[in-house]
Ligand binder design. Structure first.
Ligand code: SF4
Ligand code: SF4
Length: 130
């Protein structure tokens, strides 16, 4: 019998509670631009601004958007960088007051492989055989 071994990535390490990931959030947004009489570029600009406004309304600070990368058809992606307003003294107020399960989805998943991490993050990814 042949046993096939696959390489997979395992997250190792632990959180140093440095708060850097919450101060430098980088969210990759994938969305679509329906031209509706505008050019594709103008429609993408409108969609981008909607996303920026959404996070500003939620209290996020230093919200900036990268350039657009076009995917298929009218689909495109860009990165939003922002500072979370829920960080107080390197502690997450949502986590402290409401529990881990109430944090935004992207915080509960962080750090996933392929998502940028601050340079001194306590986590890294290692290839393992399974
Ligand atoms: S909600 Fe909490 S864990 Fe998520 S970015 Fe803000 S402070 Fe960090
Ligand atoms: S950057 Fe890494 S070590 Fe620092 S708080 Fe975020 S997850 Fe923890």
């Amino acid at each position: 019998m042949k046993i096939h071994k696959h390489k997979t990535l395992q997250r190792i390490g632990s959180c140093k509670m440095c708060g850097q990931c919450c101060k430098n959030l980088a969210l990759e947004i994938e969305t679509s631009a329906e031209p509706n009489g505008h050019s594709k570029a103008a429609a993408a600009k409108i969609e981008k601004q909607k996303e920026i406004n959404k996070y500003i309304k939620k209290g996020y600070k230093d919200v900036e958007a990268s350039r657009v990368t076009w995917l298929k058809g009218n689909d495109f992606k860009f990165t939003l960088t922002l500072t979370c307003p829920h960080l107080k003294g390197n502690k997450c107020v949502i986590h402290s007051n409401k529990g881990y399960g109430n944090k935004p989805d992207f915080c509960r998943k962080f750090p996933e492989y392929g998502v940028d991490r601050p340079k001194n993050c306590g986590y890294r990814f290692k290839r393992v055989l399974c």
